[in-house]
Design a protein around this ligand. Sequence first.
Ligand SMILES: *Cc1c(COP(=O)(O)O)cnc(C)c1O
Length: 355
Amino acid sequence: MKHNFSAGPAILPQQVIKEASEAVIDFYGTGLSVLEVSHRSKEFVSVLEEANQLIKDLLEINDDYEVLFLTGGASSQFFMTAMNILKEDETAGYINTGTWSTKAIKEAKLYGHINEVGSSKDENFNHIPKGLTIPDTLRYVHYTSNNTIFGTQFHQMPETSNRLVADMSSEIFSRPVDIAAHDIIYAGAQKNLGPAGVTIVIVKKDILGKVNRVIPTMLNYETHIKGKSSFNTPPVYPIFCSMLTLRWIKENGGVRNMQKRNIAKADLLYNEIDRNSCFEGTAKKEDRSLMNVCFVANDESKSSIFMDMCTEAGCSGLKGHRSVGGFRASIYNAMPISSVQVLVDLMKEFEKKHG
Ligand SMILES: *Cc1c(COP(=O)(O)O)cnc(C)c1O
């Protein structure tokens, strides 16, 4: 048995993998593979509609918003957000909490003024900056709600009267969200929802069409709203798999229950990190991510011994990102607590032998 702690593409529910593989052979009894059906077929149109409705139901999204399934990854949203809603002479605030925020800032600068209203760069992004003085005249404030690489998370939304834009790639559907505070939320599917290839965008409709610049057709949210995410050929298979995961989330008690499970898993792992004399967490306690748990071995020279033990026990994807080092256990929605327990037991065993 494997325990997949990869940061992304990442673990999916076993049930989803099974159903997704069956549909590769026979898609809903059509006798065709889901890989070879038209995106205009009634079967796929109903998949797209179901995925859309499930997202709206799970996150309690009202009709002021549209849910889109786009390509280009979360990385394309770094510029699409600003391109679509930030006027040349307007200023947007960005909270810099890591690699992804830094990239978002770079792209947004192409379209308007950017005020970096907070940053934890000085301390290698080991915390979420707080007590910020954010002017209330900004077009929006952008934040990365969960920092996949550094293992920090906003447990409260940024305190500001401005509208919010959020990159929720590595935590979407892990907990409830206050949709109404946001103008745009985006997330690449490959962390907590499906395979790589589709990006979910939740956008408030009445904010669009206000900038003067020319926006290429494919990069304009309005195109995809009008086209119901099928202006061009959408990523059929990633959308199908994401829909299966959304069904699984609903069957398993929705985002509130996901949150409960995620807290239990994270508590189990962080408690062991704090108790165990051989390991140390890298993020400040109050800002620790429930999704990506970053830690290092106190004796770095023994890191590879622990990694080998993990590999031996079927735990994969634990190598920390090069900008933090050590280990990163990504424990997304689909990760069962039993797999977290396996990792915790390995840490205890390591302490006995090498502590
Ligand atoms: C992975 C990740 C991205 C980049 O996603 P792509 O789909 O590869 O462009 C952006 N933001 C966050 C928070 C991520 O975790």
